[in-house]
Design a protein around this ligand. Structure first.
Ligand SMILES: [Zn+2]
Ligand SMILES: [Zn+2]
Length: 162
């Protein structure tokens, strides 16, 4: 099992304070960049390092793969060459269930609706400005339907792929 690339703890252990790889148990997103209050987070147990970045396993469970093409990262099949687990797809196609502490795949209808919202948002002036200034992509990161910037925890999150 690999040690946490952020804080160096072994699998099964709690992250060090402020580790970029810690997942927030209240919203399922990166703890460092989520908007949850301390009170909200304290309702749940902290999620220890599992040996992999949060979400990677769920991408495999839900078959959320993407590959890099000339048009950027596009959804693809697991067996396509260059297929990687795609965290953008996870956070745009799933919702966090704090009770089960798991990302749950949305229904097709709900997904279509959100894809439209995300596309509109990514094309908005606000998103364009963020891209210009921060060079990172804005994705939906919380259960209240808010969009926000997330720091690029790895190569997958640097490119928008919806
Ligand atoms: Zn860590
Ligand atoms: Zn949170």
């Amino acid at each position: 099992m690999k040690k946490c690339s952020g804080c160096g703890v072994e699998a099964g252990q709690s992250h060090e304070e402020g580790c970029y790889a810690e997942r927030c148990p209240a919203c399922g997103c990166q703890m460092l960049s989520c908007d949850c209050s301390v009170e909200e987070i304290k309702k749940y147990k902290r999620i220890p390092w599992t040996g992999e970045l949060p979400g990677i396993k769920e991408c495999r469970r839900y078959n959320l793969w993407s590959k890099l093409t000339n048009e950027g990262w596009v959804p693809c099949d697991k067996y396509d060459s260059g297929a990687r687990e795609n965290l953008n797809r996870l956070y745009t196609e799933c919702d966090w269930n704090p009770k089960t502490q798991r990302m749950e795949l949305r229904t097709l209808l709900a997904r279509k609706k959100l894809e439209k919202e995300v596309t509109e948002f990514v094309n908005s002036d606000e998103a364009k400005l963020d891209l210009l200034i921060y060079g990172t992509v804005i994705i939906r990161t919380d259960t209240k339907g808010h969009f926000k910037r997330i720091s690029p925890v790895d190569v997958f999150v640097k490119t928008a792929s919806i």
